[in-house]
Design a protein around this ligand. Structure first.
Ligand code: ZN
Length: 303
């Protein structure tokens, strides 16, 4: 099968086959049953591959304490991506004014106030404060799945405002954490290739805001703090990141008081499989009908 790449055609194909359901907001479509089935099967496959490591499992809601986002200086780097939750704190008269404005089709955001929570920009943020204290000698390994929010409305199907990520988070000494990251980088690559995806790894940088952000991105690349696994989904020349590996050095360890058994400030790293993106990569590579996918791919997902 020859695979061609175009944004509109791929989006239309996903819709036509009932895999995604447009809702009128870019990057916020519904997921059809077949799409969801593939996504859950891929997530289960990742967990089977990761099972021998015996990670602890924790589930968080898709919101995070605003103070966590403030402490890690998220807004210094990504003010354009943050989704803060606002709510109404007024009295009866102000409630009437709010309803009136809404019903007249006028702006109403200024009548709301800031709540204590922010939509999680990454699924692992709620975890770090809970690791505070001294880690066991072997460190900690946690897995979680959750919804992440990024304010990036786009008609491009792989660029979503809200999406799920299967994460593994390691805390320990720098050596423990880096050795673990390197093992998973190869494991992630092997896993995606075993599903017939032409995956490649590359050094990457986060989408930091503004001119100062360019400097941060260069620094991040020079220090090889972020790697991505890339698969062509909507473009052959600009493949889509379906998996990312982040070494945070002792940033979270210092911020939240996480120490190694030896008393040092702990290092952390996390890796995340973008579940919708991997699912889309599979549909792109093997076609919109999973019953027609290669037997070797089906055998891994439909076990
Ligand atoms: Zn993470």
């Amino acid at each position: 099968m020859t695979v061609t790449y175009d944004v509109e055609g791929f989006y239309a194909g996903l819709v036509e086959h009932g895999l995604i359901v447009p809702v009128g907001v870019p990057g916020a479509f519904g997921r059809g049953a077949v799409f969801e089935d593939v996504l859950e099967r891929f997530d289960a496959l990742v967990r089977r591959v990761g099972a021998p490591e015996g990670a602890e499992s924790i589930t968080f809601p898709p919101i995070v304490d605003r103070r966590v986002i403030e402490k890690v200086h998220y807004l210094d780097s990504f003010p354009h991506l943050c989704g803060a939750v606002q709510s109404f704190f007024g009295d009866a008269l102000q409630a009437l004014a709010l309803a009136e404005r809404v019903n007249r089709g006028q702006d109403w955001g200024d009548l709301l106030g800031q709540t204590g929570v922010v939509l999680a920009p990454a699924c692992c943020y709620p975890l770090y404060p809970t690791l505070a204290g001294t880690l066991p000698a072997q460190g900690r390994l946690v897995t979680l799945v959750g919804w992440a929010y990024r304010h990036e409305p786009s008609p491009e199907p792989t660029r979503m405002q809200s999406f799920r990520v299967r994460e593994y988070i390691r805390a320990g000494s720098a050596e423990q954490v880096l050795a673990w990251r390197d093992e998973w980088l190869q494991r992630g690559l092997d896993l995606l290739r075993s599903l017939g995806l032409p995956a490649q790894t590359d050094v990457a940088a986060d989408p930091f805001f503004g001119r100062r952000g360019k400097l941060l991105a260069t620094n991040q690349k020079d220090q090889k703090l972020k790697f991505e696994v890339l698969v062509p989904v909507i473009s052959l020349t600009e493949p889509t990141a379906v998996c990312s590996f982040n070494f945070h050095q002792d940033h979270f360890g210092a911020t939240f008081g996480i120490r190694t058994a030896g008393g040092q400030v702990a290092s952390t790293a996390c890796l995340g499989f973008g579940l919708e993106r991997v699912t889309m990569a599979l549909f792109k590579m093997h076609g919109f009908r999973p019953q027609d996918w290669p037997a070797s791919v089906r055998a891994q997902l439909w076990t």
